[in-house]
Design a protein around this ligand. Structure first.
Ligand SMILES: Nc1ncnc2c1ncn2[C@@H]1O[C@H](COP(=O)(O)OP(=O)(O)OP(=O)(O)O)[C@@H](O)[C@H]1O
Length: 662
């Protein structure tokens, strides 16, 4: 490093100290304000609001992990009308300046920070110098400059490469320091825009989704405060893997869950046969359920008579029929429809009563409403989702939308006595949610991010659509990684089921996880996966992929894991679900500690995760375990960040054994 650079680094280190002081000042002020805010606000409501706001700010600041206060800096040159001659440090969060001075650090999501991600030698956007910083913990160790206005740009700089190539340990981290232009375009897309991102393994779909959530909350905080942001992931292991990212970015109020958990209104106590699950996830079930629910509505067969003191008010049958028909045509949720009928009948009664000089007080209206209940119970009965589904699965309602064989597939062999003793399956939860959505509109979100969306069934897509009807969605997925029997084969129909047929379809094509050697090996499966997905360019080189034939699987796996532990980083041993216990025991017996850095994972839970070194055990068993086993194998092979060992005692699946001829 030159003497001048040493000097610059020293200056930046002094700046770090100012930032650290700035942060502790912010924390001190926020704590102070919690106390003051609660006592000075004019009324209780605003005191509470202010108190809550300040408390969450104080909490956020004090929970701020000891990360570096900034990761980049922009020096604007004469080419910028707005920021000429200014320089800004960019970090994970805003750090206020001293005594009303300019901020010390600008949030990466602020408009001016955009140039950090988007400017280049071709379009410098007024940036004279873009600086990236290298850190070791909280210590600033280096920096790298690109003189953009002078036509100098280094898209594969040392610091960038080091971040991408770093060995993985522990859960996923944020990527704010190195978001790439094609990713930034998605992260900062308008709130109203629904986007569908198709990307090969490791192209940063999950990272983009999480950063988009953080960006939207920053740019539209007030609007999103009411609806909120929901992140849906495939399973608990995945949620654990991503759970730290948003809090590191200062966003603690995002709901992160699985769809199954979101819909869990009753416990799951049974499993469907593949045939039954296939029918239950088919979109025609929406028709079956709607018809079963609305079959409860009857034609009024007698007049409504309301006893009101000495008077009797009567609404004729033909009037009631018209009223029920009209309300059905209004296409309201079922429960709202029932209340609308009640209100309309009461209105007819009220007119009669007022014509005879009565005054319809609030108490009178309540009395009349109650008097109409028996009529409603007969004609538009109140109902629970479980009651309707029980009828459907017991064969008490027709299912004209299904073939007789499909209908038989979903019927219970021994129907339960009542819905409380029913043993519901995971697919039933989706059906119950569909019914609940027909009864009443569910809570909607301002924005929903759906990861691994290719795996959602049509009925699951409808559950997501119901929750984002008035909001927007980010759909993340890879058609090649679809492992459910109902996985999407193409995006446009899927987007339609998700309620956003006009969503923008974008492909991410730069791979940040999987090295070229592993991409080549896993890519041998692609022709057999029968999906049309764009080719990806691997950012990482220097990886290793080995096919290791052994005579005894357990022994081979223990040996591969032992060798893997000689390297830095996490090691994931991934096997067909049925082999996990045996292999875990073998690793323990071999003296390896299956905890911490080394983990054993069933293939069915590997989605979205990554390990520095992956040992895939007996691919043939992974393929055989399920209908879309080859897709599962593709998912499993693409979890490796640096090295992949495929250990097999049986012959390899033929698609993996040979290179595809092109
Ligand atoms: N711009 C970037 N800079 C540095 N690392 C990145 C960048 N984009 C993605 N990564 C890293 O690449 C890895 C893969 O990212 P991510 O898990 O988001 O990919 P994905 O497309 O969701 O993969 P999969 O389809 O396998 O779930 C992660 O470790 C992520 O942090």
């Amino acid at each position: 490093m030159s003497a001048l650079d040493e000097e610059r680094l020293d200056e930046e280190r002094l700046y770090v100290q100012r930032c650290v002081a700035g942060l502790s000042r912010m924390l001190h002020d926020a704590r102070e304000n919690v106390v003051v805010g609660e006592s000075v606000a004019g009324d209780r409501y605003s005191a509470e609001r202010l108190g809550r706001h300040l408390k969450s700010l104080a909490k956020e600041l004090s929970e701020e992990p000891d990360g570096p206060p900034f990761f980049g800096r922009l020096d604007f040159g004469p080419g910028s009308a707005e920021h000429r001659g200014r320089s800004y440090h960019i970090g994970r969060r805003h750090i206020s300046g001293e005594r009303g001075g300019p901020p010390l650090v600008i949030d990466w999501r602020a408009p001016v920070s955009r140039a950090f991600y988007r400017a280049g030698a071709r379009d410098p956007q007024g940036v004279a110098v873009r600086r990236r910083f290298g850190w070791s913990g909280r210590t600033l160790t280096s920096f790298e400059d690109e003189r953009l206005e002078a036509g100098e740009e280094d898209r594969t700089g040392r610091l960038l490469a080091a971040e991408i190539e770093r060995p993985r340990v522990g859960p996923m981290r944020d990527i704010v320091a190195t978001i790439q232009p094609e990713q930034d375009d998605l992260v900062r897309a308008a709130l109203a825009e629904s986007i569908c991102v198709q990307g090969a393994p490791g192209t940063g779909k999950t990272a983009v989704g999480l950063h988009r959530a953080a960006y939207l909350l920053y740019a539209h905080r007030e609007r999103l405060r009411r609806g909120g942001v929901l992140v849906l992931g495939p399973n608990q292991a995945f949620l654990g893997h991503i759970s730290a990212v948003l809090p590191t970015l200062g966003e603690v109020d995002v709901e992160q869950t699985t769809l199954e958990q979101l819909l869990a209104t009753v416990p799951v106590r049974a499993e469907d046969s593949p045939a039954a699950a296939g029918v239950k996830h088919d979109p025609r079930m929406a028709v079956v359920l709607r018809e079963a629910l609305y079959a409860r509505i009857r034609k009024p067969a007698e007049p409504v008579v309301v006893a009101d003191g000495s008077a009797r008010w009567r609404v004729r049958e033909d009037e009631l029929r018209r009223l029920v028909d009209d309300t059905r045509r209004d296409a309201l949720p079922y429960t709202t429809g029932r209340e609308r009928v009640r209100a309309r009948v009461v209105e007819l009664v009220r007119r009669q009563a007022e014509a005879r000089g009565r005054t319809a007080t609030a108490a009178w209206t309540r009395m009349a409403g109650r008097a109409v209940t028996p009529f409603l119970d007969a004609v538009w009965p109140a109902v629970r989702p479980e009651e309707v589904l029980l009828e459907v699965l017991s064969g008490q309602t027709p299912a004209d939308a299904l073939t007789p064989a499909e209908h038989r597939a979903i019927l219970w062999s021994r129907p339960p006595r009542g819905h409380r003793s029913a043993r519901w399956t995971a697919a039933d939860l989706v059906l119950l949610d569909e019914l609940a959505g027909l009864l009443e509109r569910p809570r909607g979100y301002g924005h929903v991010i759906v990861d691994e969306a290719q795996d959602l069934s049509p009925m699951q897509c409808r559950a997501v659509a119901r929750r984002s009807e008035h909001g927007s969605i980010t759909v993340l997925g890879d058609l090649a990684q679809g492992t459910t029997p109902w996985a999407a084969r193409s995006w446009p129909p899927h987007l339609e089921l998700l309620g956003k047929p006009g969503g923008r379809l974008v492909a991410l094509t730069e791979g940040f996880r999987v090295p070229a050697e592993v991409v080549e090996l896993a890519g041998r499966l692609l022709p057999a996966l029968e999906v049309d997905v764009p080719v990806t360019r691997a950012h990482r080189a220097g990886g290793r992929a080995r096919l290791i034939g052994v005579s005894e699987l357990r022994h081979g796996v223990v040996e591969a894991a032992r060798q893997a532990l000689e390297f830095e980083g996490s090691v994931g041993v991934i096997a067909a679900d049925a082999q996990v216990n045996t292999l875990t025991a073998a690793l323990w017996d071999g003296g390896l500690d299956v905890a911490g850095r080394l983990g054993v994972l069933p293939a069915s839970l590997a989605k979205g995760l990554e390990y520095d070194h992956v040992v895939v055990c007996e691919p043939a068993a992974i393929v055989e375990a399920e209908e879309r086993g080859l897709h599962r194998l593709y998912v499993v092979l693409t979890r490796a960040v640096s090295r992949l060992d495929v250990v097999h005692a049986r012959p390899l699946p033929p698609q993996l054994a040979r290179r595809p001829s092109r």
